[in-house]
Ligand binder design. Sequence first.
Ligand code: PXP
Length: 248
Amino acid sequence: MTGAAASAPRLRLGVNIDHVATVRNARGGDHPDPVRAAEIVASVGGDGITAHLREDRRHIRDEDIARIQAATSLPLNFEMAATDEMVAIALRHRPHAACIVPERREERTTEGGLDAAGQHNRLAPAIARLSDAGIRVSLFIAPEPRQIEAALRLGAPVVELHTGEYAHATGEARAIELKRIADMAALAARNGIEPHAGHGLTYDNVQAIAAIPQLAELNIGHYLIGEAIFTGLADAVRRMRDLMDAAR
Ligand code: PXP
């Protein structure tokens, strides 16, 4: 696919390195080190590092955050639940961005979007504390008008649209999901919110998303780390980058 969004600005690629830490933690040692992954991402033109410090520390650990920040000058997008503990950690490390995600201990990954509409009173103070510290707040939401409207009421400068439903759908259902994401990216942009997208993106499904002209950033993790086993992380990031560029 080429030229679908010919005049759109360059789309940033944030690489989520959580699953390097998943493999490391499987043996309880320090190899493979997510910091080395961050360095490789930086060396091949990745635009940012994304890392999710989960409540149960199943992949990224507290000490990884400072190590990642020290190892690369790429902006860190810190994915976090809106808890007092995570807000305190974010305030300590002051990442470039904090993406607030819903978190349930038993889930395998972040399965749905944040209910920004239903949790205004819980989210507002966390967003204010992060924003006051100069951290760019993003809300990971389903591509639904009421969630965009809620993000607007909460004053979030960025939303990340959850592409999981799109990634898992096939045929007509996928086309419907794609349109929802495109419509919500446009709605966010019209309201002055910078739209990002992520979850479940692969070489096969990334281009239709990358062609949405309002999107400014994609965050991609599991598939890239999986591909890195076969081709190396540098090759995997380069290939994803090439596919994204070709879609614009
Ligand atoms: N964006 C957010 C907010 C996420 O929570 C995740 C998964 O941690 C991703 C992007 C990356 O998703 P995937 O690992 O499926 O590429």
